[in-house]
Design a binder for this molecule. Structure first.
Ligand code: PGA
Length: 298
């Protein structure tokens, strides 16, 4: 027994649209007998006459009109599905969940802006937190892509460096204390440090531990912006990522010449092993690698 197929509907729609079996057979690259046979099969499914000859033209009966409406709906729905699938393959739609450590928010949004313009159909969410908070998100498998400069060492993750991150020592503009010195030589000054759990703080703590440096006076400030502004107003010295200074006046703070500085690390694209990579995530990851500077600068 015959059943209704896309092909039958397609042939029927073409016959109606082109007004004759001959014209439809040309468009469909089928022989006329094949087209006639398909029409017969379709009509026999309903046991109804679908098309009649009227003054030499084919005209739809009421039953034929009903089948034509069905063909329109089914075939246009199929076309929409096709284009949706093509779009998915071309990464033009889909969702992308990104979580970045606070300092990376100076780097990622600009790149994200360009990526969004190139892929307007991708629905993106961006979470920002300090290193410890973003590690918790990795553990909970909450996002497609994470950005760290200090990726966690004890989790099953993959990491790819895409952009340099440099930490420098900053002082108020009028600072007249030691310059061209070691970090240890500045340890009696008050240092404004990020909170425990911050990746920037971890880099500083690791460096100080390695070089036996203990800051005499420390003030914890949980924001790069607040640290920068506090240094500018004379509250103390700080160690920040150079990227946090990008959008300020160059004379707001003074970058000191400190041996070993800038401390270098790299922003890394981190993914949790075992999470299937979406097309959107792989496109964004490729985009970051293509727009980063890790291979261009040393
Ligand atoms: P943070 O992270 O914003 O938590 O300091 C920065 C980093 O990981 O380098």
């Amino acid at each position: 027994m015959n059943s209704l197929t896309f092909r039958l509907l397609q042939v029927y729609q073409q016959v109606v649209d082109s007004g004759s079996i001959t014209a439809a057979s040309v468009t469909l690259s089928l022989s006329q007998p094949t087209v006639s046979l398909q029409l017969k099969k379709l009509a026999s499914l309903f046991d109804m006459v679908l098309l009649e000859q009227h003054h030499g033209r084919l005209q739809m009966t009421d039953a034929g009109k009903a089948v034509y409406r069905c063909a329109q709906e089914v075939l246009s729905s199929q076309a929409r599905l096709d284009s949706h699938m093509r779009a998915l393959q071309g990464m033009e739609v889909g969702s992308l969940k990104i979580a970045v450590v606070t300092t990376a928010k100076y780097v990622v949004p600009t790149l994200l802006g360009q990526f969004c313009r190139e892929h307007p159909g991708i629905d993106i969410t961006l979470k920002v937190g300090n290193r410890a908070q973003i590690i918790e998100r990795v553990k909970g498998n909450q996002d497609d892509i994470y950005i760290f400069s200090q990726p966690p060492k004890d989790l099953a993750i993959s990491a790819k460096a895409f952009m340099l991150n440099k930490l420098c020592v900053i002082a108020p503009p009028g600072f007249d204390g030691p310059d061209n010195c070691s970090l240890g030589a500045l340890s009696s000054y008050k240092f404004l440090l990020r909170e425990e759990g911050s990746g920037t703080r971890k880099m500083i703590d690791d460096y100080c531990e390695k070089h036996d440096i203990v800051f005499k006076k420390v003030m914890v400030i949980e924001s790069n912006e607040a640290i920068r502004l506090s240094v500018a107003t004379g509250l103390g010295l700080a160690i920040v990522s150079e990227q946090t200074l990008q959008h300020m006046r160059s004379d707001d703070v003074k970058i000191l010449n400190v041996s070993d500085f800038p401390l270098r690390s790299a922003w890394q694209i981190v993914t949790l092993d075992g999470r299937p990579e979406s097309l959107a995530a792989s496109a964004f990851s490729k985009f970051l690698l293509a727009h980063g500077d890790v291979d261009k600068q040393h």
